[in-house]
Write a protein that binds this ligand. Structure first.
Ligand code: CUK
Ligand code: CUA
Ligand code: CA
Length: 640
């Protein structure tokens, strides 16, 4: 069990190489990270198989009919949805469409979903694509409260909110003045009002600087390019404020007391090309004093850009030289950091080095001391900066004082003790802060553990999103599935217990106890102002060329066996499912009209389309609901 562990930990020479290698060499060799055989740069596959690969402990693969003990909320990558997994089995239970149309439920077809997704004046969708990365959920008392989750779309600067009672997206907001919107994190408490011990804000980081205001005339003027850090209201989903910063934002973290939010920065250079972005030895983690930012907004100390009315405060270094009034402070961290993660004890943010083989531990109490004028240099808040291995990206926690950081280049997970690292950094070089190493398959990015991003990290299961699966699954052409690996972290040594293929590219996810959610099984008719509450209300009404068809469904029949419209009519079908049993969902499809959507029990949905061909068109139920499901039909008669 231990030889790959021993072997893996004796690779300091490669790590030293990264430490001292020329930046260009890193990008050329290191970031590609895979040798021509497709094995990870760090280890021969045979040896890694001999590592801590265990027989699955009881409960990893539930018996038929057994339920998982944890939910996982997974980002859906380019499919623009959020995926719901059961853990530890890794079974995918559901996909929640957000940014991109979904053929199963009719997301992007129904008027209700289009209103959430946003349409152009002609009714077509504003954006046909998305690139989701990060998913986080709302908090109360330092734990998830089961109200909401959020997910970002990097391409179109959108943030979507998911209602966790029905697992549906209910709002999408596009953030103004930014591009490359990447990290998100909800706050966990209000910075001022102690009664508000739950999430009321979501912070959003933007990666790419753009000329502000954005004009092509300034394309060559580097000094006009800026990134903004954004605060979105968790309830209204409106943008509350933005902060102009030096450098850029990558991932985001928030403190448990609500006072601090931070974003890692890999491009303090403001470079447009990777060589420029890697030119400085250190970048930064920018900390925001949330209460002061919001006071500045209240005091009217902001400007706006272009058509946006969002107040933008100045969080650049130049405008924040006095710590006692500063709204932001920049802690220097080594070269192009990536993930920033809050430890479950509430004390630290840990920045993963990416191009530096280190993790930087920042003590939040000291950052606050700096804001109070009691700490001379904000960099003194760094209490550890320790070597972990090549390409650290993201960090999870077990609630027992250990951190688990993915090493993209080494293709490893490293378990390290945070207090040990702090002691080592303080001078006690006898402390062995690295507890264990585990080879992964291959090139891990995000990592998370059960309850890791709460005060109740329970140190049971950990999942890693590996960017490459190579030889782990049957080949399916040039693009392989990604490999999500499940690791048992309950013991001293980590044990790899399962591989799961996933469609690319999920990035981030969270894992939490199943009893934190109480999903509802059926809707209420009253949730929908346009509900057709009684089959007797069914029928066709006309207003010029606009025709409304009201209908209900009850297995195995629609309330209208047929309905008649005229060629050229703009037809709106409103369908209420009067069935009251969970799972008794019906679909409604119209032949040759590209219409298909589902209605869940007691739910109402509508679609609008033009009946542009005369003739008879069968409408049928697309969701198997009854022995007479195939017979569940209606007919649209379009008169010439
Ligand atoms: S980023 Cu994907 S591995 Cu978008 Cu969270 Cu780090
Ligand atoms: Cu209703 Cu199938
Ligand atoms: Ca940099």
């Amino acid at each position: 069990m231990s030889d790959s562990h021993e072997r893996a930990s004796e690779a300091p020479s490669r790590r030293k190489f990264l430490n001292t290698a020329a930046a260009a060499g890193l990008a050329g060799v290191g970031l590609a990270a895979c040798n021509d055989k497709g094995a990870p740069a760090a280890a021969a596959p045979a040896a890694s198989a001999a590592g801590h690969v265990g027989a699955a402990p009881a409960g990893v693969h539930p018996k038929p009919g057994e339920l998982d003990t944890y939910y996982g909320l997974w980002s859906g990558g380019h499919t623009g949805d959020m995926r719901v997994l059961g853990l530890p089995s890794g079974r995918e239970l559901h996909r929640i469409p957000c940014f991109v149309p979904d053929a199963l439920v009719g997301w992007g077809q129904t008027n209700e979903s289009k209103a959430i997704m946003g349409t152009k004046p002609d009714g077509s969708l504003k954006f046909p694509c998305a690139d989701t990365h990060h998913t986080h959920a709302s908090y109360k008392d330092g734990n998830y409260d089961g109200r909401y989750a959020w997910i970002n779309d990097k391409i179109n600067a959108r943030i979507a909110r998911i209602r966790l009672d029905y697992f549906i997206c209910d709002k999408i907001t596009q953030i103004p003045n930014v591009q490359g919107f990447h990290g998100i994190f909800p706050d966990k408490a209000d910075p001022v009002d102690p009664k508000i011990n739950y999430t009321t804000r979501v912070f959003c980081g933007a990666e790419f600087g753009i000329p502000l205001p954005n004009t092509a005339a300034d394309a060559a003027k580097a000094e006009t390019y800026h990134s903004l850090f954004t605060c979105v209201d968790a309830e209204t989903m409106e943008v509350r404020w933005q902060a102009l910063i030096d450098g850029n934002c990558d991932l985001v973290a928030t403190s448990y007391d609500g006072k601090l939010a931070a974003a890692n920065q890999y491009n303090i250079e403001g470079g447009a090309h990777y060589a420029e972005m890697m030119s400085a030895e250190r970048d930064a983690c920018v900390f925001f004093h949330v209460a002061r930012v919001e006071q500045a907004v209240k005091d009217g100390k902001f400007k706006t850009y272009g058509d946006s009315k969002v107040p933008v405060v100045d969080a650049t270094r130049k405008a924040n030289t006095d710590p006692k009034t500063a709204i932001a402070g920049y802690v220097s961290v080594p070269k192009n950091p990536h993930g920033v993660n809050a430890s479950p004890d509430g004390k630290y943010f840990i920045c993963a080095g990416k191009l530096s083989p280190t993790a930087t531990v920042i003590e939040l109490a000291k950052v606050l001391e700096w804001f109070d004028g009691k700490l001379e240099k904000i960099d003194s808040a760094i209490v550890a900066e320790v070597e972990l291995g090549l390409g650290p990206l993201h960090t999870a926690f077990d609630g027992r004082g250990n951190a688990y950081t993915t090493l993209f280049l080494d293709s490893q997970l490293v378990k390290w003790n945070v207090d040990g690292a702090i002691k080592f950094h303080a001078g006690d070089k006898s402390v062995k802060y690295v507890v264990d190493r585990l080879d992964l398959q291959y090139q891990p990015g995000h990592v998370n553990a059960s309850q890791s991003e709460t005060r109740f990290a329970d140190g049971k299961w950990l999942a890693v999103g590996c960017k490459f699966s190579k030889d782990r699954f049957l080949p399916v052409g040039p693009l392989h599935a990604e490999n999500e690996q499940i690791i048992d972290i309950s013991g001293e040594k980590m044990v790899l217990v399962a591989d799961h293929p996933v469609r690319g590219e999920p990035h981030d996810f969270i894992i939490f106890k199943r009893d934190l959610l109480r999903p509802k099984q059926i809707y209420s008719l009253d949730d929908f102002p346009n509900a057709v509450k009684d089959p007797k209300e069914s029928g066709v009404t006309r207003n010029g060329k606009k025709v409304t068809v009201k209908m209900t469904s009850q297995a195995p029949a629609f309330s209208l066996p047929e309905f008649t419209v005229k060629k050229g009519d703009e037809v709106t079908i409103i369908l209420t499912n009067l069935d009251k049993v969970e799972d008794l969902t019906h679909g409604f499809a119209i032949a040759n009209h590209g219409v298909n959507f589902i209605v869940n029990p007691q739910e109402t949905k509508s679609v609008t389309f033009t009946a542009d061909k005369a003739g008879v068109f069968w409408c049928y139920c697309t969701h198997f609901c009854h022995a007479l499901h195939l017979e569940m039909r209606s007919r649209m008669i379009v008169e010439a």
